[in-house]
Design a protein around this ligand. Structure first.
Ligand code: NAD
Length: 334
């Protein structure tokens, strides 16, 4: 089987590419490298360019007419940036996705997996969500994901394409074989900032300590990026069974089902690193939310998927990646 991964030079897309290769699926990468890394495409079929570029997408399919499905990971993903630049984010994530799906349709490809996000949900007071929970995204970034899902559902109801939205919770870790990991040296999410605080020997700012959670810090469902990638392989295998016929859409949560607060993540981090990082209470950041974790068993039932890696293993792999990152990536990496 051959598939196209749009955004396959990024953190999650490149991990999906490795998981596919390990499973005997050939990935073709389409990526503009706006945030992705050329190093992550090395040894892979790679087309450099934008998903909105119809001529390029036509060329990809002309050269690889045996592509059976598209995995669409290409997006901008930084919540505070989306608050500062909503025009840029709607254009990059919504407008380009609309153009891309039109190019995919024109080339007769009828299967798409879409990288969606659990940040589209409004959590109830218990902070757990499933696929039927209310959709109420709290940032422009999250709204771009919700808009894309609705747009894709409309398109998949009318056109010969089936679209499966995979709603990721909070990815951590790296490829356990250290082929790829988070490309940024200074990631803005909690674990990345924890690693940075550890490296610099400074306290870790817990941004937001007045959320309605058990200790006031935000709660997340940390899922290992390799487990996420494995879910895509499972979804590709189950696709025609899940969405038979030529049209239709569906959403599946990809999380562990376990909520972890930022203070708890720091505790887990400290038990892995040995030399503890201190917590510093700080204000919320724009666009941040209390968070949620999944209670759904849809991924297990429909994909036969369940996460294999623990939070401690995710932390350990993130730390190992941080240590080798500069050898894998050119010194020009941000
Ligand atoms: P990333 O920035 O590492 O990867 C995105 C990739 O898409 C990059 O390689 C980038 O160069 C490419 N890209 C962006 N716009 C493009 C365009 N117009 N044309 C071609 N390539 C383009 O981010 P990631 O963490 O790997 O995220 C992948 C997907 O998963 C995104 O759609 C994101 O919304 C979704 N997601 C991520 C998280 C997370 O916490 N990382 C959580 C939920 C969902």
């Amino acid at each position: 089987m051959k598939i196209l991964i749009a955004g396959g030079a990024g953190y999650i897309g490149s991990t999906i590419a490795s998981a596919c290769e390990d499973a005997g699926i050939i990935p073709v990468i389409l990526d503009s490298l706006v945030t992705g890394r050329r190093e992550f495409t090395s040894g892979r079929l790679f087309f450099e360019g934008d998903i909105r570029d119809g001529r390029l997408v036509d060329r990809v399919f002309a050269e690889h007419p045996d592509i059976e499905a598209v995995v669409h990971c290409a997006a901008l993903i930084v919540v505070p940036d989306s608050v500062a630049d909503p025009v840029g984010y709607y254009s990059a994530n919504v407008v380009k996705s609309l153009e891309f799906v039109a190019h995919v349709l024109r080339n007769g490809c009828g299967r798409m997996l879409f990288s969606s996000s659990a940040s589209i949900y409004r959590a109830n007071d218990d902070l757990v969500v499933d696929e039927d929970s209310a959709i109420d995204p709290q940032s422009p970034y999250a709204r771009t994901k919700a808009v894309c899902e609705s747009m894709f559902a409309d398109i998949a109801a009318a056109e010969p394409i089936r679209i499966l939205s995979l709603r990721y919770f909070n990815p951590i870790g790296a490829d356990p074989k250290m082929r790829t990991g988070l490309q940024l040296r200074r990631p803005s999410h909690a674990l990345g900032r924890m690693i940075q605080a550890h490296e610099e020997g400074v306290a870790f700012p817990v941004t937001g300590t007045d959320y309605p959670t058990r200790d006031g810090s935000g709660i997340r469902d940390y899922v290992h990026v390799w487990d996420l990638a494995a879910a895509h392989v499972a979804a590709l295998g189950a696709f025609d069974r899940l969405l038979p016929g030529t049209r239709g859409s569906m959403a599946i949560n990809l999380g562990t089902g376990m909520g972890t607060t930022v203070f708890e993540l720091l505790e887990a981090f400290n038990s892995v690193v040995g030399s503890p990082v201190e917590a510093l209470r700080a204000d919320r950041r724009p666009g941040d939310v209390a968070g949620a974790y999944t209670r759904s068993d849809r991924a297990r039932r429909l994909l036969g998927w369940q996460p294999r890696y623990s939070i401690a293993q995710g932390i350990e792999h993130s730390l190992r990646w941080a240590a080798v990152r500069d050898e894998v990536l050119a010194p020009t990496a941000p």
